[in-house]
Design a protein around this ligand. Structure first.
Ligand code: MG
Length: 242
């Protein structure tokens, strides 16, 4: 997280934890599915772009750090895409295609636990102008205490969006940190943490899965923990014959 302490707008040091690495069985599975899922998502884009109005679209709430980008003060083995303050920002592979897909199918907002200024600068670089419902930062997060561990944690409380007229049944949140949505697991699609791996193939899989959620009446009633396996089943299902 960057800039998420006390409402400061200055970036703070990146938080790094081990992620899934290239070469793992899960990663190999994702690579094999990549082409099929991209084609599936783009086909869906063309359909929904012409058949859905913006008012009927579900709201997709995207995290930034380690979900769409990785920002670090460290030097990786490849060059960054751009810099924000002291941070070298690396885009998750396939990000432009992913954003094109979801912006055509959903209303999209960004909610990061990082600072407001940092969030604004990153969003300005990666999103086409004027396409987002909102950009929320650490100021909108809530600090709660886990009474089992005694630790304090930062959460993104979707009730704040409900009070703005969004239905909880129609909100999908994407985040690499499940604890951020501890009160809204039914809305959450958890992605693997991105820490700069250039072979990462999470976003094409995610785009295909989100397309599957476009039409469900209540996203909270859909079991989403095994979403990658669901995408795999979709990719292995032959297309119906005309
Ligand atoms: Mg994150």
């Amino acid at each position: 997280m960057r800039g998420d302490t006390g409402g400061s707008e200055l970036p703070t040091p990146a938080h790094l934890t081990p992620g899934v690495r290239a070469g793992s069985p899960v990663r190999q599975c994702a690579s094999a599915l990549e082409r099929a899922t991209v084609e599936y998502a783009l086909l869906a884009v063309s359909f929904f772009d012409t058949h859905m109005t913006s008012k009927t679209r579900k709201l997709l709430v995207l995290d930034l750090d380690e979900t769409l980008i990785h920002a670090t003060e460290n030097t990786l083995d490849h060059e960054e895409d751009f810099r924000v303050g002291p941070y070298r920002v690396h885009l998750r592979p396939h990000l432009p295609e992913f954003l094109a897909s979801v912006l055509a199918q959903f209303r999209v907002g960004v909610w990061t636990a990082s600072g407001e200024s940092y969030a604004a600068q990153v969003v300005e670089r990666i999103f086409p102008g004027g396409t987002l419902e909102f950009v929320w930062s650490s100021k909108r997060c809530t600090t709660t205490r886990n009474w089992t561990t005694g630790e304090y944690q930062t959460i993104k409380n979707l009730q704040k969006l409900k009070s703005r007229g969004y239905s909880l049944e129609s909100i999908i949140a994407v985040d690499d940190t499940p604890a951020k949505y501890a009160r809204s697991y039914g809305n959450l699609v958890t992605v693997r943490e991105f820490v700069g791996d250039r072979s990462d193939a999470e976003l094409p899989l995610l785009a295909a899965y989100l397309t599957h959620l476009v039409d469900v009446p209540n996203v909270r009633s859909v079991e989403k923990r095994n979403w990658r396996e669901h995408v795999q089943r979709l990719a292995n299902t032959p297309a119906p014959k005309d």
